[in-house]
Design a protein around this ligand. Structure first.
Ligand SMILES: O=C[C@H](O)COP(=O)(O)O
Length: 246
């Protein structure tokens, strides 16, 4: 039985002052013992966040694939772990688009994260043009085959995030979510074997909020959410945790 995971991605938002939001989020997480909850703030806030709310897992939004070296501006998975991070998002569509990250790079980052003892959240998702062309499942399948490390199981999480649903207030139909998550599970089974694939949480991401969370989380193979805008405040995020707790 997979535990639901509700993970917040603050993206390039937040300040030291914002960490006060973690108090309410941690309290809600404590009241929902059947649900895993995490927040991924910017690098600069990880150590303070982890110290402020020790019971709330803190994650990062990227890591380098190398353990150390001449990579100006980058941060390794081991450095994140030392700062108190317990998970890391890799291959978010915003990085794939703006930083040109390839599937192979995303896979290497996920491998580095797992090797450093972190849970890796590997993101995949199609653009609106790809969905309209009927290519959504093929695109996501190819991303998974290129991005998912063979070391999988419960240290691996996949986030399906249709690019066109991120920050737009639009979500796919629940039937489209069902079909895609089933496809993701099937590809994972092919890559990892059925038993290990069954342990992988598949999150939905893209405009998840208090109003639609219960419906999305009721879809088979939706094991949680990766939430951007609605994770920035306890007021917006706590109802999603409560929806996951049922
Ligand atoms: O990582 C989170 C996703 O990009 C979703 O962002 P959003 O909830 O603001 O649409």
């Amino acid at each position: 039985m997979r535990r639901r995971l509700i993970a917040g991605n603050w993206k390039m938002n937040g300040s030291r002052e914002s960490l006060a939001e973690l108090d309410g989020i941690a309290a809600a997480a404590g009241a929902a013992p059947g649900v895993d909850v995490a927040i991924c703030p910017p690098f600069t806030l990880i150590e303070r966040a982890a110290a402020r709310t020790p019971t709330l897992p803190i994650g990062a939004q990227d890591c380098h694939s190398a353990p150390k070296g001449a990579h100006t501006g980058c941060v390794s998975a081991g450095m994140l772990a030392e700062a108190g991070a317990r998970l890391v998002i890799v291959g978010h569509s915003e990085r794939r688009a703006a930083q040109g990250e390839t599937d192979a790079q995303v896979k290497a980052k996920a491998e580095a994260a797992i090797a450093a003892g972190l849970t890796a959240i590997v993101c995949v998702g199609e653009t609106e043009e790809q969905r309209e062309a009927g290519e959504a499942e093929a695109v996501v399948s190819a991303q998974l085959r290129g991005s998912v490390p063979v070391a999988g199981g419960d240290v691996l999480v996949v986030a399906y995030e249709p690019v066109w649903a991120i920050g737009t207030g639009r979500i796919p139909s629940l039937e489209d979510v069902r079909v895609m998550h089933l496809e993701v599970r099937a590809v994972l089974s092919d890559l990892l074997g059925a038993d290990r694939a069954e342990a992988v949480r598949i999150l939905y991401g893209g405009s998840m909020n208090a109003a639609n969370a219960a419906d999305l989380l009721a879809v088979p193979n939706v094991d949680g959410g990766l939430i951007g805008g609605a994770s920035l405040t306890a007021a917006a995020f706590v109802p999603i945790i409560e929806a996951a707790a049922g």
